[in-house]
Design a protein around this ligand. Structure first.
Ligand code: FPP
Length: 236
């Protein structure tokens, strides 16, 4: 691998944090912060589709987010529903494939149908894959993968490398390459159970900007910095 290709940004992942604080600072309801967040999601997605990024993963709803007040959870579900209903044309216009990771069985039938419908209608789009993490947590994903492997049967005496391949093919991110760069907005410096396996060699970037204020200018600066980094993947 030449040094240049090591720094190719193929897969960008974002933990979109700070919506609630953004709203609180403005004496608005937390839900208003999520509404603004969706606008930023749209901008970033379009920018990625037009700037050579192949995979964009967004942490939209974690397995732990169900513990939030019902009114906030319901609002997030409504936002998602509206997005899936109204934005399908954007996916075709920008040649974006839509994919969900996470345990969608936790959602209503209506939402599951909308998810499947957009995944199917955009399946042939290939400029960018937008991966929305919904009812997602890495531990949950890995546990589901092991259950799947167990159900399908693990060959006796399987080698360690074949086991790694089997596990990777059983994860929600099957056929999606590892994360190259993970950005978390909102000032916290943790991974919060997001793509833990897939971030094994990801470069990390933590921004103090609250997600609704995050913009393309800042994204470009972070990517510039990523390109200067010396990714060694365990070698010297
Ligand atoms: C974290 O901010 C944000 C979330 C838990 C939800 C993120 C969801 C969106 C941006 C909307 C995505 C929807 C679509 C349709 C793409 P927080 O609420 O934890 O903020 P805080 O840390 O300031 O409280």
């Amino acid at each position: 691998m030449n040094p240049k290709s090591k720094n190719t940004l193929n897969h960008l992942a974002i933990i979109m944090d700070g919506n609630g604080r953004w709203a609180k600072e403005r004496k608005m309801k937390r839900t208003e912060g999520h509404k603004e967040g969706v606008k930023v999601v749209r901008e970033i997605t379009k920018w990625c589709a037009t700037n050579g990024i192949k995979f964009l993963s967004l942490y939209a709803f974690s397995t732990e987010n169900w513990t939030r007040p019902k009114i906030e959870v319901d609002f997030l579900m409504k936002l998602l529903e509206q997005h899936l209903k109204n934005e399908s044309k954007t996916y075709d216009e920008y040649d974006i494939r839509f994919k969900v990771i996470g345990d969608t069985m936790g959602f209503s039938k209506k939402l599951r149908n909308l998810i499947t419908s957009l995944e199917n209608s955009s399946a042939k789009n290939s400029t960018l894959t937008q991966i929305l993490a919904l009812n997602y947590g890495s531990r949950d994903e890995i546990a589901r993968a092991i259950l799947k492997m167990n159900k399908n049967g693990i060959p006796n005496g399987i080698s360690k490398n074949d086991m790694i391949n089997l596990l990777e093919n059983s994860l929600d991110t099957k056929e999606i390459p590892d994360v190259d760069l993970l950005i978390r907005t909102g000032g916290e410096m943790r991974l919060s159970n997001f793509l833990l396996y897939q971030c094994a060699y990801a470069e990390l970037s933590f921004s103090k900007t609250l997600f609704p204020d995050f913009n393309i200018e800042e994204l470009k600066k972070i990517i510039e910095n990523f390109k200067q980094r010396n990714r060694r993947f365990g070698a010297i």
